[in-house]
Structures are given as structure tokens and as C-alpha cells.
Design a protein around this ligand. Structure first.
Ligand code: ZN
Ligand code: ZN
Length: 694
């Protein structure tokens, strides 16, 4: 008879098979009411699943009591169940639709449907569908599962005649199912039903809140030559509060979209004539990039790094030595052919397809737009003999690299074809790895903290033990993985280990930051590499006068400047801290009478290297303030005759409705200077207007 082990290791014994719902009832009436499903020996199941053996069980409630919100499992159950409810409602509103496939997603769910000829589904239908869904949910109908043997089940599907459902069943059978299952929303045979593996919540009434979000077109099996389908997206939550929070979050994300803000604030431009995925940094964006580069450059010099510069191409042979070609050739631009080689190929009568094959296989003489900066830096290391006393050698460069991303995957600054890595390569002795890793990690941490990205976690990427894509000796991998683990642990933040996430040449530590609205972005990375030093036969002379092999560390705290700035635009919603803001102060003379005084204030600011402008337009002051506010300028200085008389400025700070007050011109200038040099640790407000801050 089943012995049931709960997550707290307590055990309950039953003298006959029980369902998860009955286990919940045995624990307490409150839990019985709240349970919507269960994980039985790790598998998500209906709460009505009958348990006959000894198992470990985790009861799933709509809202997890400890976390105060729904777990991923709870959301899966709610969303998948809501997809059924939506499908039933659509079938009722648009007779003749055929259902194809409706999985839950991390962000909600969708259902792919085939609409009848001449009756497209439009957003105008949402209201009616949602009303029908609300009715089904109010009726609180049970989800009832039944199963049929494969043959009987296939006969049933064939008699119903939906090629889509027959296809789904065939796939399930191919994947090893020995039966087919259906879920009826009510009594089987009477109520609406769908071929489905489950699991589901016990009844429709458990779906607390939902919304149909959008439509998209899709293709059967994702194949553009196959049937065209309509994809209906929806979301579901345990209650209205969580739905509202989610909608609010989406709204906020939309307002922060770096592509929209990038255009409005004139930070960057992507031009079809230049090429997709090729970011043009316009003057405002260039200021931000420069400031970030100066910021990190100064820190690197403190840590003993040396700047280097390299060309944007290198010989194809170089990347064959490094292994970047052909390991990553799919994500690279095709090689650039040497002119002499091309002429020779033409003279030899080489056909187009032969030439294409040669290029793809790399059997040519030519160059590669660099996909990585490492090989160039390695050649700088090996350009002179190195002794153990010279190590570590730390070479840094904001190096631009090129990747072939599919055009459908390009997006603003986040997914691009050319980007600049805040790259560095450290060549060190094995006994220096731990210290160098710690140096890299503390740099990354400092960068994130300065930018207010305080919520980050660390992922240690390890080998996938079942894959053969990795190069290098197993013992070296073990050592490198150990060093990464230990360094990551020393950061004192949340660390996860993920097999399969390593680079092909070594393990890595990735930084995943959470922005102010809770989205996660993978940014900086630190990687240990035993492989490239070997491939390039790098060496140094040890204290024993013998030749030894150095270890390399690749690291990039920001990752790509494009991606990083894209993330920062969204993180700050365009309102950059003063030290990063393209325009730090704007002077707004009230009228022409104050123009000269305004110019003298402007000069005082510019003399101290503050990025300031003046608005001499004939607009009224309120209009000038509005224009400057839209550009998210941190400080606006309104100057009129009385300010001139007192030699002060009236200060408006970004995001505050009223004037802060006035300060003497020089006091303001000094205040901004220390706000900039302290990178926001001291501000005009914290130094002079503390009452406002409180
Ligand atoms: Zn289902
Ligand atoms: Zn590298």
C-alpha cells in the first residue's frame, strides 16, 4: 500500500491507492481546497491521478504559500487549462475552426488554429471569446481525463476527421505513448474535449484570471510551405492581482523599449543602406559608450592591464589554428578571399559551385572578419619571450567582432552582426588562476554596482558530459571547472552550475543581471582556457629555466557594448545617471533679456567639462522645460532677471515636479562636478537639497 513521502520528508501511509487530492485532504481541509495538481516522483500530474506505489509527492497550489506567488508548475497547470477553455470558446464563437496545437509558454500560452475560409479571427473577436471563457470558468466544470488504447483512439480521431489531431496523436505514438488521452471539460462524451496529455487543474473555476493578448500567423509544424494557421496568445494567472501586475510590467517594458527610446533620445541608428544588425552610434549614444569605456579603462589600468589595438580581420589560417574556424563557421561571415587566390581559381577554370564549396570549407587563402579577439591578442603575447616573472600579462581592447546572425533574429542593439567587446585576455601561470579570476569577478561586480545593477546572479557553465564538441584534455577541464566554481562561490551571490553551457575551449562564469522591472539579461562573462595556449603553443620560461604553458582567461564585464548599452537604456528607461547622460545640464533663459546671463552660466559649466546646452528658442519657458524633460536631461537651469541679480540658477531635477530651489552658479557647477566624478554617490540633491530627497 502506498507510502507517500512529502517534501519535508514526513511520510503518510494509506491502506489503498489514493489520489494527490486525497493526500491533501488527509493533511488538511485548507490544502485540499487549494491543491491544483501534484508532482509525483518529479512528474507534474493531475490532482486526480491515482497513486498505487510508494512515491515522493509535492502538492501544487495555485499560489505557493511560502513564495506568495505561483510556482512555474502552478502556472503551467493554469495556463494549459486556460488554453483549453479558450479553444472551446473559439470553437463556439467561430464554428468550423480546427484546433491544431496549444502549449503553455513561460509567458502565457497559445493555441494554433485553422480558421474556416472567409471567417478570419480578428482582435474584434476577443471580447466575445473572453466572455465565453468567463462563462466556462464560472460554471467551474471539472477537467476529466480518459484514455483509449492506441488503435481505438486512432479510430476515434479518424472518424472525427481532424488531420491536425491525427498528426498530434501519431507524433505522441512515435514518441512512445502506448495510449491516447483526452480531457473533457465536463462529462466525457457530452462536454467539449481535446486530445491531450495533460495535466490540468481540477476544474475551470481554478483559473483565477486570464486575458487574450494577441494574434500572430504561424505555419503548421513551423513550415512556411505548410498550412497557414492563426496563433492566439493568452495569459492566465492564479488571481486578478497577479494578472494586473503582469500587464503593468508589460506596459513598463514597452515604455522602456531601447529601440523606441534609442530613436527618441537619438542614441543610435540602424540604416538599411548600411546593413541590418550594424549599429551606428549617433553622438548621444557615443557619449554614453565613451563614458563607459573611460570608466572601465581607468579600472583596468589600476589592475595592471595594458591596452592593445588590432585590425578587424585576420588570416583564415589563424582561425583554423584557434579552432574558431570551422567550429563556429555557421555564425561567422564567410571568409574574404585573397585576390591572388581568386585569380588563380578563375584561371584554373573553377566553377561557381566549386568556389562556393571551397569558401564554405575554408580551403582557400584569405581572411576572416574577426569573430573573436583572442587570436590577435595571443599573437601579441607570443611576439616576445616571456618569463614567469612577466606573468600575468593582461591585454585589453575594446575589440569589434562580427557574427552572422540570421536576419529574423536581429533586434535593435541586443542582437546584432557587429559589436564591440570590452575584451581582455590574461595569460597567467596555473598558480595565478584563482587570483586572476577573483580580480576579474571583482571588476564585474564593481561595474554592476556602480550602474545600480545590484540584482545579479552567477552561472558557472560546465561541460555537457555527453557531448563531443569540447576540445582539450579532461584533466585540464576538471582543473578549470574547479577554479571557476571556487571563484564564483567567493562572490557571495546566488550561483548555479549548468552542464552544457561551457564554451568549446573551457568552462565559464556568466553574469545574469535582473533589471529594475525584473527581466534577466546575460551580460558579462569570464572564461578559463587551457586549450588556446596549447593550440598556439604558447610558453613562458619558468624559475626552473624550463618552458611552461600559460593558462588564458578571457573576460568581458559588459559583454558587448551594443548589448550592454541597449540593456542600460531599458534599465534606466533612458534617464541615465548624470555621469552617463549625453546632455547633463540645459540652461533655459526665461526670455531674451536673460540670454547673456544664460550664456555666462553655460560657459561656467562648459569650462568644467560639463556637457551643457542652452535653449535660445522663442518658446515660452514651460514649453522649453517640456522639450528638455522629454530628452531626459538630468538638470534644467531656469534663468531670469532675478537669478541674474543674485548670480544664482533655479534648478529643476529630472523626475521632480517642482523646482529644487536656487544655488549660486559656482556652487551648482561644483556640485555637478562631484556628482559626475563620484558617479552618483554624491548628488546635487544629496548635498544641497536633502529635504527634497526625504
Ligand atoms: Zn490539455
Ligand atoms: Zn577571447
Amino acid at each position: 500500500m502506498p507510502r507517500i513521502t512529502l517534501p519535508d520528508n514526513s511520510v503518510r501511509e494509506f491502506d489503498k491507492p489514493v489520489t494527490a487530492a486525497e493526500v491533501a485532504a488527509d493533511i488538511g481541509a485548507g490544502l485540499a481546497k487549494a491543491v491544483i495538481g501534484a508532482k509525483i516522483d518529479g512528474e507534474l500530474c493531475d490532482s486526480a491521478t491515482l497513486i498505487t506505489n510508494d512515491v515522493e509527492i509535492e502538492l501544487i497550489t495555485a499560489i505557493d504559500r511560502k513564495a506568495g506567488e505561483s510556482t512555474e508548475d502552478a502556472l503551467f497547470l493554469l495556463r494549459h487549462s486556460c488554453a483549453h477553455v479558450m479553444a472551446e470558446a473559439i470553437c463556439k464563437i467561430i464554428p468550423g475552426v480546427e484546433l491544431v496545437y496549444g502549449p503553455p509558454l513561460e509567458t502565457g500560452f497559445y493555441y494554433d488554429i485553422a480558421v474556416p475560409e472567409g471567417r478570419p479571427l480578428s482582435t474584434d473577436d476577443f471580447e466575445a471569446i473572453e466572455a465565453e471563457m468567463a462563462k466556462i470558468i464560472k460554471e467551474d466544470r471539472p477537467f476529466k481525463r480518459y484514455e483509449l488504447a492506441v488503435e481505438e483512439g486512432m479510430n476515434k480521431l479518424k472518424s472525427e476527421g481532424s488531420k491536425y489531431k491525427i498528426d498530434n496523436a501519431e507524433r505522441a505514438i512515435e514518441a512512445g505513448s502506448d495510449e491516447l488521452s483526452w480531457y473533457a471539460t465536463g462529462e466525457p462524451g457530452e462536454a467539449w474535449e481535446d486530445l491531450c496529455k495533460g495535466p490540468h487543474v481540477p476544474s475551470t473555476g481554478r483559473i483565477g484570471a486570464f486575458k487574450i493578448m494577441s494574434l500572430a500567423s504561424s505555419y503548421w509544424h513551423g513550415d512556411a510551405d505548410s498550412d497557414r494557421l492563426t496563433r492566439v496568445y493568452g495569459i492566465a494567472f492564479a488571481d486578478k492581482k497577479q494578472l494586473a501586475k503582469h500587464l503593468n510590467h508589460l506596459e513598463e517594458a514597452k515604455k522602456r523599449d531601447h529601440r523606441v527610446l534609442g530613436k527618441k533620445l537619438q542614441l543610435f541608428h540602424i540604416d538599411e543602406a548600411v546593413g541590418q544588425g550594424l549599429v551606428l552610434w549617433t553622438p548621444n549614444g557615443a557619449v554614453i559608450r565613451n563614458e563607459l569605456q573611460n570608466f572601465i579603462g581607468a579600472e583596468l589600468r589600476k589592475q595592471g592591464y595594458h591596452d592593445v589595438y588590432c585590425p578587424h580581420i585576420g588570416k583564415l589560417e589563424l582561425y583554423k589554428t584557434s579552432g574558431h574556424f570551422p567550429y563556429y563557421s555557421e555564425s561567422q561571415f564567410v571568409p574574404i578571399m585573397d585576390r591572388d587566390f581568386l585569380k588563380k581559381a578563375a584561371d584554373d577554370g573553377c566553377s561557381c559551385s566549386e568556389l562556393a564549396n571551397l569558401m564554405a570549407s575554408g580551403d582557400i587563402e584569405g581572411y576572416l572578419l574577426k569573430p573573436m579577439n583572442c587570436p590577435h591578442h595571443i599573437k601579441i603575447y607570443s611576439s616576445q619571450p616571456r618569463s614567469y616573472r612577466d606573468l600575468p600579462v593582461r591585454l585589453s581592447e575594446f575589440g569589434t567582432v562580427y557574427r552572422w546572425e540570421k536576419s529574423g533574429e536581429l533586434s535593435g542593439m541586443i542582437r546584432v552582426r557587429s559589436f564591440t567587446v570590452d575584451d581582455a585576455h590574461l595569460f597567467c601561470r596555473e598558480d595565478q588562476i584563482a587570483e586572476e579570476l577573483n580580480g576579474c569577478l571583482s571588476l564585474v561586480k564593481m561595474v554592476f554596482q556602480t550602474l545600480g545593477l545590484n540584482d545579479f546572479r552567477v552561472r558557472v557553465g560546465l561541460r555537457d558530459p555527453d557531448s563531443s564538441k569540447y576540445v582539450g584534455k579532461s584533466e585540464d577541464w576538471d582543473k578549470a571547472e574547479k577554479a571557476c566554481r571556487e571563484a564564483a562561490k567567493s562572490l557571495g551571490t546566488h550561483v548555479t552550475e549548468e552542464p552544457g553551457e561551457a564554451a568549446f575551449y573551457g568552462p565559464k562564469i556568466d553574469f545574469i543581471v535582473r533589471d529594475v522591472i525584473g527581466r534577466e539579461w546575460q551580460l558579462g562573462t569570464v572564461q578559463v582556457d587551457y586549450n588556446l595556449p596549447k593550440r598556439f603553443e604558447l610558453s613562458y620560461t619558468g624559475s626552473d629555466n624550463q618552458q611552461h604553458r600559460p593558462v588564458m582567461i578571457h573576460r568581458a564585464p559588459f559583454g558587448s557594448m551594443e548589448r550592454f548599452v541597449g540593456v542600460l537604456i531599458e534599465h534606466f528607461a533612458g534617464a541615465f545617471p548624470t555621469w552617463l547622460a549625453p546632455e547633463q545640464v540645459r540652461v533655459l533663459p526665461i526670455s531674451e533679456k536673460s540670454a547673456d546671463y544664460g550664456n555666462s552660466v553655460l560657459k561656467a559649466l562648459r569650462d568644467k567639462d560639463i556637457r551643457a546646452t542652452i535653449d535660445h528658442s522663442n518658446e515660452r519657458i514651460q514649453a522649453k522645460i517640456k522639450v528638455a524633460s522629454e530628452m531626459k536631461v538630468p538638470y534644467l537651469l531656469v534663468v531670469g532677471p532675478s537669478d541674474q541679480q543674485d548670480q544664482v540658477v533655479s534648478i529643476r531635477a529630472r523626475g521632480l515636479r517642482q523646482n529644487l530651489g536656487t544655488l549660486p552658479v559656482n556652487t551648482f557647477v561644483e556640485g555637478v562636478c562631484s556628482e559626475i566624478s563620484s558617479r552618483g554617490k554624491q548628488t546635487i540633491i544629496s548635498e544641497h537639497f536633502q529635504a527634497v530627497e526625504a
